[in-house]
Design a protein around this ligand. Sequence first.
Ligand SMILES: O=P(O)(O)OC[C@@H](O)CO
Ligand SMILES: [Mg+2]
Length: 243
Amino acid sequence: MEDGEEQKQRHDDASSCPANITHVIFDMDGLLLDTEKFYTVSQEKILSNYGKTFDWSLKAKMMGKKALDAGQIFVKETGLEGILSAEEFIKQREAILHDLFPWSELMPGVERLVLHLHACRVPMAIATSSHRRHFDLKTLKHQELLSHMHHVVVGDDPAVKHGKPAPDIFLAAAQQFQDPNLKPHQILVFEDAPTGVEAARAADMHVVMVPDENLDKTLCKRADQVLSSLLDFKPSDWGLRPF
Ligand SMILES: O=P(O)(O)OC[C@@H](O)CO
Ligand SMILES: [Mg+2]
């Protein structure tokens, strides 16, 4: 088993070479789908009931995480421990989100990118911390486009023991391509959240980050490439056929 320093060196070596990407893994919330705004408004609403305001420094810590992990951060960081449990927070949030998710829209550039990679026969997957029931609600309107994914790994998949920033979800997604020759450095991950970028790096994969404009720029330093929109993505930067 290699140690952390060797892993880092291998990643740095891969980063400095022209990348030869063969497979792609997409995050979903805030990357493929414009759903992070739903989490933001629901969390603002819950917090306002306690006379407090939600801000982007707290958002940055919660985004990309499994529901319970995010809930625990929420009650701790807002000083609501002993007043609101993580479980009750999730219950209140779910009541709001349930009606919003079926309205989920694609982020700019998603359709062009997915169709292009499909035409280029690049195998694609989704790795989302969202659980299955929410995944189904969010993707109701996008079944056709997402049918181009080889597979989807959701946050409540038993293979995902530890949520992002642990590498579990990306390693599980890589394994499900069922290609014994596939190496992590051949995989390009697209993420919007700092915890997701950390998870991809921990899995030794390349990562393009497309952060929300409100996210603190210092939280974007760990990505191999940072874009303001998927519309700015250049496949040739990663050894893929241009649009
Ligand atoms: O992993 P993603 O798809 O961003 O899901 C996270 C979401 O459930 C909350 O931020
Ligand atoms: Mg995300």
